[in-house]
Design a protein around this ligand. Sequence first.
Ligand SMILES: *[C@@H]1O[C@H](CO)[C@@H](O)[C@H](O)[C@H]1NC(C)=O
Ligand SMILES: *[C@@H]1O[C@H](CO)[C@@H](O)[C@H](O)[C@H]1NC(C)=O
Ligand SMILES: *[C@@H]1O[C@H](CO)[C@@H](O)[C@H](O)[C@H]1NC(C)=O
Length: 887
Amino acid sequence: VLRFRALMIWLHGCFPPSPHTASLAHSRPSRRGGDVRASSVTSCGNHIKSSCRLIAFNADSADVVTDLDFSPFDPLLLATSSADRTVKVWHLPESGQDLPSCPGVTLGPEGCQVDALQFHPTAAGVLVSGAGRVAKIWDVAQQKALTALDPHGDLIQSVAWKQDGAFLGTSCKVSLGDMVGPMVIAVSPLLFQSIQGHENNKDSRLLWMNASDYILSVGFSQVREREVKLWDTRKFSSSLISFVLDTSSGGSAFRSRHGLELHLCSPLVTQCLTEGKSKGAALVPKLALDVMSCEVLRVLQLTDGFIVPISYTVPRKEFHEDLFPDSSGPVPASSAQGWWAGDNKQVEKVSLNPARRPRQPLPSCLMPRAQREELAPPDTEQPNTRPGAANRSVSAEPSRVGGTLLVWALGWGKPLTPSLLSPPGPSSKFRHTLGTLLPRSTHITNLKGLNLTTPGESDGFCANQHRVAIPLLSAGGQVAILELSKPGRLPDTAVPTIENGTPIADLCWDPFDPQRLAIAGEDAKIRLWRIPPGGLQETLLEPNAVLRGHTEKIYSIRFHPLAADILTSSSYDMSVRIWDLQAGREALCLRGHRDQIFSLAWSPDGRKLATVSKDGRVRIYTPRRSPEPEQEGPGPEGGRGARLVWVCGGHHLLVSGFDSRSERQLYLYDAAALTAGPLSVLSLDVAPSTLIPFYDQDTSVVFLTGKGDTRVFVYELIPEAPFFLECNSFMSSDPHKGFLFLPKTECDVREVEFARAVRLRQSSIEPVAFRVPRIKKEFFQDDIYPPTAVCWEPALPATAWLVGSDGQHRKLSLQPKDMTPVSAAPQDVPLRKFVPASHYLEEKSDEQKKEELLSAMVAKLGNRDDPLPQDSFEGVDEAEWVGLRRG
Ligand SMILES: *[C@@H]1O[C@H](CO)[C@@H](O)[C@H](O)[C@H]1NC(C)=O
Ligand SMILES: *[C@@H]1O[C@H](CO)[C@@H](O)[C@H](O)[C@H]1NC(C)=O
Ligand SMILES: *[C@@H]1O[C@H](CO)[C@@H](O)[C@H](O)[C@H]1NC(C)=O
């Protein structure tokens, strides 16, 4: 039996906590035989819990202590469940010091690992545990099970008592048999009903809505999107509300930043930006809140290195009865035996008003009001400080961006003001960016037989302002060419294609000739094809030209951004070659790679070429000067794939890749100092596909999404800390197979659209517009539209570039003739006042509030074709607007 640090206990408010931390021990489970199901479930339980006095959290990997809970009636009584198949109940000392080395009570052993537990809300010393397919209700004092509930078809993932203590909800894996979760069990008399809740087995949680008959479940849909459903347990046949939060493929860590306030008909999702990756979150009991400061909610977020208290306060002073309804008191309503015999007495409520609180043992040591202290637990490794990683700024700088927390604020009936909603530091004027799927009439539908398993180095398809090219399923490497100007349903019959003759490795359009397509084949050759004006009318069998030189399969190809007829390719033969298409031959060959070349990118001035490789290096070449890299620096550690793009006027390089734990990360380099390593590293999430970046030079906004993702991350990049300014992501309800951006001229500036993309789905192509909500859209928003580079015209011919000349694109204003720039708008334009949060609390009718909540929800959860006018209210606040006009 190994003894080790399993749980740590802290006192609320007594920080730094080092003298009071201690550990409790469960034994590491025996792995002999097939009896321990440790690997069958990645702990579904909570990793952090709080009583009025203590915080307990899982400081170890989740496979030993699976869940924990404090008694609602004794802030020093803690129950833990474990992979060692037992539940242990601990009497913790008042001070938190000198923790007991053995539990007061051990329940079990059960047939397998115990995954979930919860204390009963009304009866003293009753708890439910979920182990395998069996939920047991225990009388802790008697150390015996009152009953075992085993109608579950598969492993239990979550248990939840209704607040009145009469019902128990459980959720279990979806099994092949009849019984599926979630399930509601009326404990006395023992009855149960069940329904299929979520289609994916991954994980599910249940939560009762205060004392009502509604139950909320969080789980995953068939396509692994996290979804939330609300059920009326009296009509347990279908969910009342169901919606998708986002996709998250990462373990048990919560990765959403949505808070959710549930009104029975109008959910409001508020974002809470938090730092670091959440491993868990716990609500602090009502009785421990700082009610005099109108703190209505406090969440403790557990991350790799910190516990971060997040307070939600309403901007008022003094105690307000309406914000703090009476709350369940600390005295149990019945004994375990009494409750089991049918006593349904409810816990007496107590006032939270300090003036009227009964004399009772209440927490003496409240957490101070400071809202964002970060408390580094002793002996816990600091996050993101990996040895050898040069100057990764993440742990030191609160980056606000890797945010991850699920906050459920239930039952107040009024929106809360998360105090962290306006974090300090710079914010982007693109933060309210709204990605909008354009109407169905603009889609191309009924696509068939697409090859969606293109290699990781390829974007999967390619698009220019006129047309897209998409590889099809076929041995001969067929490519469909579709005209964007001809939306609608494709005929059921086969469309004309390009017959490349060999499977496609990568493909791209010539930026200076929208009819020329380059296709790299798995046969080491690059073929150039010419599409007739107006689109492909008949199948093309013969390429215009074939480039031969590589000796092995090609990874990717890229055209030069300034010089006509210059194409670059990288290959399994470890070379990068630069081709003169006019001469039809190889012009330059670059060396120095020792492994797979994930991505290559030309600097915006066309002088340098950067690559990122599986050998863990980022390189910059000056191809006309030397075939060897001019600079090298450490790249992403994970070998799954990477991309790179030049940003901030060519002074920085942005690399997207994976760390050694397969987490998706962004690395920002100073392009003049690669050896120093990244200036900043940002962790995003865990997902299998490489994030493909698109950078808009005019706004310095980068869009990132992977093949198979549902989310497009958006950041404005600035050349100094914090480097990444987070903007609203675009979410779609189902995964895209590809996502590419079109030239700037495709943007509708009257709608303040600053980027236009096309997304590829299983059988359709759909345009997506990224817009900035602005109030005075009749003015041309010249702060967003500087003169744009005419990147669709070459700046010089190949021959000139090859002998050392450089060029520059001419610039073009996007301002329509009939629009006035907003910087020249008359000063007396009436300003729309920024609506303070208190406005919501005090001045609106219920009907108004409902309406706003609903539209806020819809705006957050879906992207509609026509945003409601109120959406644009949040576009620019007054200060920004004024600043804009002054500037
Ligand atoms: C890291 O950055 C700091 C300040 O930005 C600098 O003083 C230090 O030399 C850097 N260290 C490395 C290893 O680059
Ligand atoms: C449940 O919440 C509603 C308001 O959301 C409140 O009126 C009611 O009193 C709550 N019930 C209990 C038992 O707390
Ligand atoms: C899909 O494309 C890849 C290369 O891009 C190729 O290896 C594969 O064979 C293609 N699949 C089919 C079924 O054509």
